[in-house]
Design a protein around this ligand. Structure first.
Ligand code: NAP
Length: 476
């Protein structure tokens, strides 16, 4: 590192898969700037300290990503009008110790549209999803004069309504929130000019999925998928087939980065260099996935499957474990929801447990062969031998054992729906289910960890130690 180097950093959790360090370092180098960009994994509890640290160390600029784009706002000295309206910040400039927040996601989206000569003014747009990306995109569309319909799953329609309400405050065009279901999709898309997928559906590893039936895509439409891995999602392939104009998520990614670069350095960003670098990262990413596939006959298990009863901490421990090992976290239940386009309670109530278990088998099949993952499994995954046989091909199976009293406590403190239980507060019912499943967990586990009374961090640490012993034992 040269003396006087200026540092920019990405703060988020996780950040390991981010393309931003490669994009920005290539841009700094192209412009001959003595800058360096690093990614730092910062969890919720450390965000405030990280922001103060950035101020104290004179960090020149920050990118803020999931899950901190909203929570960072009160920690900053000021934010610009756009981030104020969107309610999220993704870029921070440190001006002599004064931290000012900006949002370049919205402008990044607009730039990507402009790159394809699309002017949203007077157009009708449908935005799928009501998360952070949808907020930025919907804002950009409304600002440009497009009317917007935001569609989100029924269970979380309130998110979409809140968003629409907020945008309506300053919009001169109608903004509406409706449930994402086949009837509404058909009705809305019949008169839509611009369709934006701002959900994670279509993203690796669920890349063969799209929320929109091919039959609803028309040649007059512009279809913009914010997902950039893979570059050509199923939605974009279907849109191409239908003769529609398409834009992939990489364009927005590159432009939001380019605009951040401009804010930090005051210079015109080398957009072409940043795009080439992002494409290289994407290529490396796909090559790594292909290369990491297990060579025939070689028994190397690079994934970890966490099993255990609901409330045993599989997702929290899995997230920490993924961070510490550099593996990718896959939440099996989340993947099932993405594939089904509905929440697990919705699947249970509409089609029953059998349909859910079938969807679980499909999801396990989809991910079992992909190496280097931490797979947080649903509590009942062990009930189907086929699931466990598939998982055990590539993953060391770790059982997170927790005593029933602690499970009860954890379940009561988390307000997550437990569709397999009639009454999640009934200790007898919980005990009965634990006793029934316990022998399955034990019989499939390569490693059992009793995490009763342990923090998630300690549990993850213990798993790493035990995995090392397990590997040594199996080599010997
Ligand atoms: P987020 O805040 O977690 O929101 C995700 C949204 O997707 C929510 O509205 C969620 O609905 C919806 N969703 C997830 N699974 C679904 C399913 N199976 N069916 C229907 N809706 C589903 O995430 P985000 O930050 O907005 O990001 C969304 C996507 O945009 C991600 O793929 C991300 O990588 C991409 N993105 C791209 C860029 C770029 O520069 N290209 C920038 C930002 C984000 P619920 O509310 O019902 O859960």
């Amino acid at each position: 590192m040269k003396p006087g180097v200026k540092i920019c950093a990405l703060l988020g959790d996780p950040v390991e898969q981010s393309f931003s360090p490669a994009m920005h370092n290539a841009a700094f180098s192209d412009k001959g700037l003595n800058y360096i960009y690093v990614a730092s994994r910062v969890d919720d509890t450390s965000l405030k300290a990280a922001i103060e640290g950035a101020r104290a160390l004179g960090i020149a600029g920050l990118n803020i990503t999931i899950p901190h784009k909203v929570s960072v706002i009160p920690m900053l000295d000021e934010i610009d009008d756009v981030s104020q309206r969107i309610g999220a910040v993704n870029t921070v400039v440190n001006n002599g110790g004064v931290l000012k927040g900006y949002n370049t996601d919205a402008a990044g989206f607009t730039k990507a549209l402009a790159g394809k000569n699309v002017n949203p003014e007077g157009k009708r747009a449908v935005v799928l999803g009501a998360g952070g990306a949808s907020m930025a995109v919907s804002y950009a569309l409304v600002e440009a004069g497009a009317s917007v319909v935001i569609m989100n799953r029924l269970a979380r329609l309130d998110e979409a309504s809140r968003l629409a309400h907020k945008l309506s405050d300053f919009s001169r065009v109608p903004v509406e929130a409706i449930a994402l279901n086949p009837q509404n999709l058909e009705r809305s898309l019949a008169k839509t000019d611009i369709l934006v997928n701002a959900t994670s559906v279509g993203m690796h590893p669920g890349k063969n999925h799209s929320l929109v039936p091919e039959s609803l895509l028309r040649p007059e439409m512009l279809v913009f998928d914010l997902v950039y891995n893979p570059l050509q999602t199923k939605l974009l392939s279907d849109a191409d087939q239908a003769g529609a104009q398409t834009i992939n998520g990489l364009e927005m990614l590159v432009w939001q980065g380019a605009l951040a670069f401009e804010l930090w350095t005051g210079l015109a960003p080398p957009v072409g260099i940043m795009r080439t670098q992002a494409l290289k990262e994407l290529e490396n990413n796909s090559l790594n996935i292909t290369r990491r596939r297990k060579p025939a006959g070689q028994k190397v298990k690079s994934s970890i499957a966490l099993i255990g009863f609901m409330g045993s901490g599989k997702t929290t421990v899995g997230r920490i474990l993924a961070g510490k090992t550099g593996k990718r976290l896959v939440e099996l239940d989340r993947l099932i929801e993405i594939n089904a386009g509905s929440t697990i309670p919705e699947i249970f109530s509409a089609r029953g447990e059998t349909a859910f278990r079938e969807a679980e088998i499909d999801a396990v099949k989809e991910i079992a062969e992909v190496p280097n993952q931490v797979i947080s499994c649903g509590g009942g995954v062990v009930l189907n031998k086929i699931n466990m046989d598939r998982l055990k091909e590539n993953a060391v199976v770790v059982y997170l054992e927790v005593n029933t009293d602690e499970i009860m406590q954890r379940m009561q403190s988390q307000s997550i729906e437990k569709p397999v239980l009639n009454d999640p507060c009934d200790p007898d019912e919980v005990r009965q289910l634990v006793n029934f499943r316990e022998p399955f967990y034990r019989s499939y586990a390569d490693i059992s960890i009793n995490s009763t009374g342990l923090t998630a961090e300690d549990t993850a640490q213990e798993i790493i130690l035990r995995l090392k012993n397990h590997a040594l034992h199996n080599q010997g």
